[in-house]
Design a protein around this ligand. Structure first.
Ligand code: NAD
Length: 339
């Protein structure tokens, strides 16, 4: 069993912990919190030993009825791999601690590529992560871009990509963020950072990205335009999406044309937390014109990176060398019911 710790039990960390706990070859040795809150109660309810950064805060946790197993360093000593899901920038500060204790670490997309020197997507570069000490799973948007662009590149060769990201303003539980009534160009400059971020995984892809944020909490929407090296065939693309373990085809027969309806669908399908781990490509939007391919894809920001973290752990531990095998195990353990 691969022993896994989760440092930072928040939006991503709590999902990664549950996904890891569901795997047949992994176990959770502990999760960490900085303060007692609802998520700390959930961790206790799930039976995850809870560790804290500052042991002086132990009485505050215990006063709230939450048992503390110890300090973060004690958790790390028991782990083969730690998933650092702390807020962007904190992971880089934690890295020396992981180095000192000789524990492998998976960082998140809020960190710079340099924190690990290797940015990861299971379908694109799994082999490169095998045995590594540090890996960074790219952000939710970059993960969604990597999957689709890599699939099209393998089939037709990608000449150039233009992608517009309409991003959710905040996560559903985040009461302090906006915008409330605006479309914010974020950034106003073109290109956005997403293109260069994709190139940390797929350096040969020419890409221009545009980004804005809107007042919604569930999912990003990508407007994709990919120029290919040979003319694509619409039916073949639909076939590829259907066969892809991390892509979902939003069938025209569902009548779904929005993120809100997708969330309802995911809840009705019984997905835990209504999480959608795969790219959601709208069947009716799939269009080709000469060498050009277009589509809309929705990306569940809280979920798509979770399964990538699980595959990164397996690669780093050297437990499974074949990416497709790891992806299959991860999906199966989560009980993927295709959308
Ligand atoms: P979050 O704020 O929801 O959770 C972070 C957790 O880390 C919180 O529980 C916080 O208490 C804890 N924490 C803070 N400082 C800590 C420290 N020093 N030691 C231990 N724990 C600490 O953040 P999040 O949204 O889960 O983001 C985590 C990372 O994942 C970031 O790099 C982010 O960019 C990336 N990411 C987030 C999303 C998303 O949609 N939320 C999507 C993809 C990637």
């Amino acid at each position: 069993m691969i022993k896994v710790a989760v440092n930072g039990y928040g939006t991503i960390g709590k999902r990664v912990a549950d996904a890891v706990a569901a795997q047949p070859d992994m176990e959770i040795v502990g999760v960490s919190k900085t303060r007692p809150n609802a998520e700390a109660f959930v961790a206790q309810e799930r039976g995850y030993p809870l560790y804290i950064a500052d042991i002086k805060k132990k009485p505050a946790f215990e006063a709230g009825g939450i048992a503390v197993a110890g300090q973060i360093e004690e958790m790390l000593k028991q782990a083969d791999v730690v998933v650092d899901a702390t807020p962007g920038g904190v992971g880089a500060k934690n890295r020396p601690m992981y180095e000192k204790l000789g524990v492998k670490a998976v960082f998140q997309g809020g960190e710079k590529h340099e924190v690990a020197g290797f940015s990861f997507n299971a379908h694109c570069n799994y082999a490169g992560a095998v045995g590594r000490q540090f890996v960074r799973v790219v952000s939710c948007n970059t993960t969604g871009l990597c999957r689709l662009i890599n699939m099209m590149d393998r089939e037709y060769g990608v000449s150039k990509v233009w992608a517009t990201m309409v991003r959710r303003g905040a996560d559903p539980g985040d009461v302090k963020k906006g915008p409330v009534d605006a479309v914010v160009l974020n950034p106003v400059t073109i290109p956005s950072h997403h293109g260069p971020d994709l190139q940390t995984v797929l350096p040969h892809i020419e890409i221009v990205t545009f980004a804005m944020i809107v007042p919604t909490t569930f999912m990003h929407m990508h407007v994709m335009h990919i120029r290919l090296r040979s003319a694509p065939v619409r039916e073949r693309i639909i076939e590829l999406i259907r066969a892809h373990p991390r892509m979902g085809l939003v069938r025209s027969s569902t009548g779904i044309t929005s993120t809100a309806e997708l969330k309802e669908f995911a809840m009705d399908l019984g997905r835990q937390r209504s999480d959608i781990w795969e790219n959601c490509i709208f069947e009716e939007s799939v269009a080709v014109d000469g060498d050009d391919f277009y589509c809309f894809q929705a990306i569940h920001q809280e979920a798509d990176v979770v399964v990538e973290n699980v595959d990164a752990i397996r690669a780093m531990a050297g437990a499974v060398r074949d990416p497709e095998e790891s992806i299959r195990i991860t999906n199966e353990a989560l009980g993927f019911i295709p959308i």
